[in-house]
Design a protein around this ligand. Structure first.
Ligand code: ATP
Ligand code: MG
Length: 205
């Protein structure tokens, strides 16, 4: 029998491992584990100066694995003049991914369009990311439970942690997340985050 421990960790095995890790990162079980970790750990954000548009582009790039439905179109409307901002990259990436997955799941029945947009609000010095879909929208009965951990309308297919993680992460950044039903139909979730360092004691890398 081959001793795998003696095999070099290079060559053909590396891409395969990369694929496995990539698949895990976008699989249901991977999402559950990542959301459980995000929800349960009490660490403060590890700030680094980030290009929020780059994070959104990265999440959309993963979209083909996340929203593998040809009837679902994913578009972007990114503000090119967005300032670079101090963020916990992993936390915001996970939050945008959770919103994109919810939008994709909302479009499962009929297909439709998802648009991720970014903007800067100079009046309050905040950057924002909105994820809008043209699905059925949020049912009135579901509104009070939206951000409550483990509250899901998806039965066994949902753990109800996605939005709880989004809220926890944005609040750790001294930001907020809001949900609305769009007048033209569908739901929109908007994250707003301070564009400058919110706390003197926070560390920046
Ligand atoms: N874009 C959306 N349109 C309509 N309803 C939504 C949308 N996003 C979230 N919801 C509602 O909010 C609930 C909570 O969402 P959340 O992401 O926290 O949990 P989940 O998607 O059910 O499970 P999980 O994300 O843990 O797999 C959903 O079950 C759904 O009813
Ligand atoms: Mg979800």
């Amino acid at each position: 029998m081959k001793n795998l421990a003696e095999e070099p960790l290079t060559g053909v095995r590396s891409p395969a491992l990369g694929e496995i890790v990539g698949t895990f990162a976008t699989s249901k079980i991977g999402d559950l584990v990542m959301n459980m970790l995000s929800y349960s750990t009490g660490r403060m954000p590890r700030y680094e100066t980030c290009d929020l548009n780059e994070i959104v582009r990265d999440v959309v790039e993963m979209a083909s694995a996340v929203v593998a439905d040809s009837r679902v179109e994913v578009g972007m409307d990114l503000d090119d003049s967005l300032p670079r901002v101090p963020l916990d990259r992993a936390g915001i990436h996970r939050s945008v991914l959770n919103l994109l997955m919810n939008a994709g799941e909302a479009l499962e029945a009929k297909g439709g369009k998802i648009v991720l947009s970014t903007f800067y609000d100079g009046d309050v010095d905040k950057v924002g990311i909105a994820v809008a879909d043209d699905g059925p929208g949020i049912a009135e009965n579901d509104v009070p439970m939206l951000f409550v951990p483990f509250a899901s309308t998806k039965g066994g297919r949902g753990t109800g942690l996605g939005l709880a993680v989004v809220r926890k992460t944005t609040e750790e950044h001294y930001g907020d997340v809001t949900a609305e039903n769009r007048p033209e139909g569908g739901a929109a979730f908007t994250i707003r985050l301070p564009a400058t360092m919110p706390k003197r004691d926070a560390e920046i890398f």
